[in-house]
Design a protein around this ligand. Structure first.
Ligand SMILES: C[S@@+](CC[C@H](N)C(=O)[O-])C[C@H]1O[C@@H](n2cnc3c(N)ncnc32)[C@H](O)[C@@H]1O
Length: 253
């Protein structure tokens, strides 16, 4: 397959523009491709992420941020849980993603906000939980993103991050790389009509730090306790990181 230079992830401000452009342009086909290309496994992963949030039931004061929310699948996984009485703020900087998903929000306690996850438009300590599915890999500065998530969390708050990884097992990795670098860009291009968005996806996963390094970055950003585990033979990983109950205490790793 001929290489497509535009698909290489940029850095800094150019990365922000590149990512906003990609998601704005593929928004109408995003949901369909998401479920088809992941063979629907993404739904199971989102369920797991919401389980890890451990949101107390029947508490109308609970506020949850879904950062890089896209078309709200993670937000809706949470608000659809029996006993959830809180409020979800779903932020994303690609307005077409928020607009495309809006029909799914009917009756759900989800407030969309168009905003950058690196400069969240919320005061310190605004949320009890922050959740991010397949978003942090796209940030131009993941460390700055984690610092921002820590800032908007209350003392004792929790961050849950779901992200693609490269499987550690050699056999699995071979099959995965073939699918990710050969099949996925082709199907993505045909269905979305976008020439390179689905080439960007595997490229962005390839250059993304592994789960250990991501956990280190979370600790550096001030999270007190971080845990992670592989999902589906290491195709994805889930991270859970807590803010200290005593906001003034230093992080203890
Ligand atoms: C792969 S999609 C994931 C969407 C959704 N969380 C899901 O699980 O389907 C990544 C989303 O992150 C958003 N995004 C990337 N960088 C962002 C940033 N700096 N600020 C806000 N949103 C961002 C993109 O616009 C896109 O909607």
């Amino acid at each position: 397959m001929a290489s497509i230079p535009d698909a290489r992830p940029e850095s800094g401000a150019a990365r922000e523009d590149q990512v906003r452009t990609i998601f704005s342009e593929i928004a109408p086909k995003y949901d369909l491709l998401n479920h088809v290309l992941s063979l629907n496994i993404d739904r199971r992963w989102r369920r797991r992420a919401v389980n890890e949030l451990q949101v107390p039931a029947d508490d109308p004061d609970i506020r949850v941020l879904d950062a890089c929310a896209g078309t709200y699948d993670l937000s809706l996984e949470l608000t659809g849980r029996p006993g959830f009485r809180g409020r979800v703020v779903a932020s994303d900087f690609a307005r077409p993603m928020l607009v495309t998903g809006k029909d799914k929000l009917e009756g759900a306690q989800v407030s969309p906000v168009c905003g950058d996850s690196l400069k969240l438009p919320f005061p310190d300590g605004s949320f009890h939980r922050v959740m991010v599915a397949f978003g942090v890999r796209n940030l131009s500065d993941t460390r700055a993103g984690f610092a921002e998530f820590a800032r908007v969390l209350r003392p004792g708050g929790r961050l849950v991050v779901l992200e693609f990884t490269t499987p550690p097992n050699r056999l699995m990795r071979g099959a995965y790389l073939f699918y990710f670098h050969r099949v996925l860009p082709l199907v993505g291009r045909v269905v979305s009509g976008h020439p390179w968005a689905y080439t960007y996806l595997p490229e962005s996963v390839r250059e993304f730090p592994g789960p250990e390094e991501l956990a280190d970055q979370m600790r550096d950003a001030g999270f007190q306790r971080t845990e992670w585990s592989w999902l589906t033979a290491g195709i994805a990983a889930i991270h859970v990181a807590d803010v200290s109950k005593d906001a003034s205490s230093p992080s203890s790793g």
